[in-house]
Design a protein around this ligand. Structure first.
Ligand SMILES: NC(=O)c1ccc[n+]([C@@H]2O[C@H](COP(=O)([O-])OP(=O)(O)OC[C@H]3O[C@@H](n4cnc5c(N)ncnc54)[C@H](O)[C@@H]3O)[C@@H](O)[C@H]2O)c1
Length: 347
C-alpha cells in the first residue's frame, strides 16, 4: 500500500516510524526529480545523487529547503558509500540526443552504474529498483510488448549504447538476485512525458511542444505513421513506488507505460491544436533502428501493482504545454535554467 501524502506544513513532524532513507540516482533529472518530490511528500528522507549531465539544479531547487532532502554530486560509474534503506537507480541519459553524445560513457553509466548500485544494495541489504526501458525490446516484432518477449535489438547500432547497456543492467540485476538473493525490482519504462522534461533534448513530446509554441515547423522523422504510447509522469512515479513496495518475490521485469497508442503524426496534430499553433509539419529521414511500433502490455502491472495509468493524454499535454509556456514566459530576462527554476517554483 502507498503511504499518504503529507502537506508541506507537516514536513518537520516526527516521521521516524513511517520514514525510510531513500537514494535516488539521477535524482535531478526529469523522472528523478518528480520521484524525489513524491517520496518527500510521503515522509521519507531522500538522497539525490546526480552528476548533472542532463539533470539540472532547477529541477530540485524547490526541494532544497526540506530538511529531509539532500543532493550529492556523484557519478555512478564510481562506487558510492552511503547508508540507505532503498535505492532507485535512474541515473542514465535517456534521450537519443544525449545518450549518443558520449556512447561509451552511456554504456558505462548503465553497466558500471548498475554494478556499483547493486554492490551498495548488497552491502546494506537494501531493496533496489532499476529504471529499465522499453528500448530493451528494440524494434519489436511482438505487439503489444509483453515482458517475456526477449526483443529485437541491434547490438552495434547508434542506439545500442543505451539499449544494450540497459539490457546488461537487467542481466546484472537478475544475476545479483539469483546469486545473492537480493530484493530487486526491474521496471521497463515506456515513453513518459510531463513538466521538467529538458526543453531541447530532442524527445518527441518536448520537441513538438517547443516547436509549436515557437511557431516553427514541427519535425517528424519518417512519415509519422510510427506509433508510440505516452505515459504522464505522475502515473509513472506512482507505478515505480508501487513496484518498490511489492513483496520480495515480485522482481519484475514489469512494463510501466500507457497502453493508449497513437501515431507520431497524430501527436503532432494534437499539440498543434492544443497550442493553437500555425506550425507546419516537415518530414525528415527516419533514424537508424527507430522502432516502428511501441505499446506496452500492462497486464503484469495491473495484476501485481494494481496499477493503471489515470491521466489521459489530453490532460497530460495540457499540463506539459502550460509548463513550457511558463518557462518561455520567463526566458526574456533569464537563462533557461533560471526560467525553468522559476517555472517549477511558480514564481
Ligand atoms: N523518460 C522516459 O520516457 C524514460 C523511458 C524509459 C526509461 N527511462 C529511464 O529512466 C531514467 C530517468 O530518465 P529521465 O527521462 O528522467 O532522463 P534524464 O536525462 O532527465 O535523467 C537522467 C539523470 O541521470 C543523471 N546521470 C546521467 N549519467 C549519470 C552518471 N554517470 N552518474 C550520475 N548521474 C547521472 C543525469 O544528470 C540526469 O539527472 C533513465 O535511467 C532512463 O533510461 C526514462
Amino acid at each position: 500500500m502507498t503511504k499518504p501524502e503529507l502537506p508541506k506544513d507537516q514536513w518537520n513532524d516526527d516521521l521516524s516510524l513511517l520514514s525510510k532513507r531513500v537514494l535516488v540516482t539521477g535524482g535531478a533529472g526529469f523522472l528523478g526529480s518528480h520521484l524525489c518530490e513524491t517520496l518527500l511528500n510521503r515522509g521519507h528522507e531522500v538522497l539525490c545523487v546526480d552528476n548533472f549531465f542532463t539533470g539540472r539544479r532547477a529541477n530540485v531547487g524547490h526541494l532544497l529547503d526540506n530538511p529531509r532532502f539532500e543532493v550529492m554530486r556523484h557519478d555512478v560509474t564510481f562506487p558510492l558509500y552511503v547508508e540507505v534503506d532503498e535505492i532507485y537507480n535512474l541515473a542514465c541519459p535517456a534521450s537519443p540526443f544525449h545518450y549518443q553524445h558520449d556512447p561509451v560513457q552511456t554504456t558505462k553509466t548503465a553497466v558500471h552504474g548498475a554494478i556499483n548500485m547493486l554492490g551498495l544494495a548488497k552491502r546494506l541489504g537494501a531493496r533496489i529498483l532499476q529504471a529499465s526501458t522499453s528500448e530493451v525490446y528494440g524494434d519489436p516484432q511482438v505487439h503489444p510488448q509483453t515482458e517475456d518477449y526477449v526483443g529485437n535489438v541491434n547490438p552495434i547500432g547508434k542506439r545500442s549504447c543505451y539499449d544494450e547497456g540497459k539490457r546488461c543492467a537487467e542481466t546484472l540485476f537478475f544475476d545479483y538476485y539469483r546469486q545473492h538473493g537480493m530484493a530487486i525490482k526491474v521496471a521497463r519504462i515506456f515513453n513518459t512525458y510531463g513538466p521538467r522534461m529538458h526543453p531541447d533534448d530532442g524527445r518527441v513530446v518536448s520537441n513538438f511542444i517547443m516547436q509549436a509554441l515557437a511557431g516553427t515547423p514541427i519535425t517528424i522523422y519518417g512519415d509519422g505513421s510510427q506509433t508510440r504510447s505516452f505515459c504522464f509522469v505522475s502515473d509513472l512515479i506512482d507505478g515505480l513506488i508501487r513496484l518498490m513496495e511489492t513483496p520480495p518475490e515480485v522482481t519484475g521485469p514489469i512494463n510501466l507505460g500507457n497502453p493508449v497508442e497513437l501515431t507520431i503524426r497524430g501527436l503532432a496534430e494534437a499539440i498543434i491544436e492544443k497550442t493553437g499553433s500555425k506550425s507546419e509539419l516537415v518530414f525528415r529521414d527516419l533514424p537508424q533502428d527507430d522502432p516502428i511500433k511501441r505499446k506496452p502490455d500492462i497486464t503484469r502491472a495491473q495484476t501485481y501493482l494494481g496499477w493503471t495509468p489515470q491521466i489521459a493524454l489530453a490532460d497530460g499535454l495540457d499540463s506539459t504545454i502550460a509548463y513550457f509556456r511558463r518557462v518561455n514566459e520567463r526566458l526574456d530576462h533569464k537563462t533557461t535554467a533560471q526560467a525553468e527554476a522559476a517555472a517549477i517554483a511558480g514564481k
